[in-house]
Design a protein around this ligand. Structure first.
Ligand SMILES: [Fe+2]
Ligand SMILES: [Fe+2]
Length: 183
């Protein structure tokens, strides 16, 4: 998966998490964690390089500046009482600005980047983005000993090949992570 495909796929996750947070404010933290991780990785593996192209410098800087603005909206929302009846308005404001940002990236910036980067570089950056995202949002669980796994054939069709399970637990990760380049 190249970096543009990887970013678009994570955008779909962000839109879904926003929709969930709109009707269930308890999902707000998950939405924020994905959003912060997305911006951090997007800047490190995409915008830091894209801004080196003259044709893309302005758009890249503008997008990173929008990350700054989103970070300020996040801080404002995080300081608002969760049980206040107006908290959903804070989620809506953050979500609407974020979706606008995602749309602009997909419609204007990603097509330009796809022309400017070599295909091999897009693939390399996509691999790095995916690996870093998985490390920040997922927790690798230790593998069951084969002898124990073999006692539960219903769970492990092939106990000899019992693999470590990876289960997203965003509540345990990415805490305290700042948005890259925004400090
Ligand atoms: Fe972005
Ligand atoms: Fe993005």
């Amino acid at each position: 998966m190249n970096v543009v495909e990887a970013l678009v796929a994570h955008h779909a996750t962000l839109r879904q998490l926003y929709r969930q947070a709109e009707t269930n404010p308890s999902k707000f933290d998950t939405f924020i964690q994905h959003l912060v991780v997305h911006h951090t990785m997007e800047e490190k593996y995409f915008y830091d390089l894209l801004q080196e192209f003259d044709e893309a410098e302005h758009d890249a800087l503008e997008a990173v500046n929008e990350h700054h603005i989103i970070e300020m909206i996040i801080k404002d929302a995080e300081g608002f009482p969760r049980d206040h009846r107006n908290f959903p308005i804070k989620i809506e404001g953050l979500g609407e600005y974020t979706v606008h940002h995602l749309d602009e990236e997909e419609e204007e910036i990603f097509p330009l980047a796809s022309q400017l980067f070599d295909a091999a570089d897009l693939d390399t950056l996509g691999g790095l983005f995916e690996k870093a995202k998985d490390q920040l949002l997922g927790v690798s669980l230790p593998e069951l000993p084969k002898a124990l796994a073999a006692k539960f054939p219903g769970l492990y069709a092939n106990a000899e090949a019992a693999q470590p399970q990876t289960r997203p637990r965003v509540s345990d990760t990415a805490l305290g992570l700042g948005i890259g380049g925004l400090k």
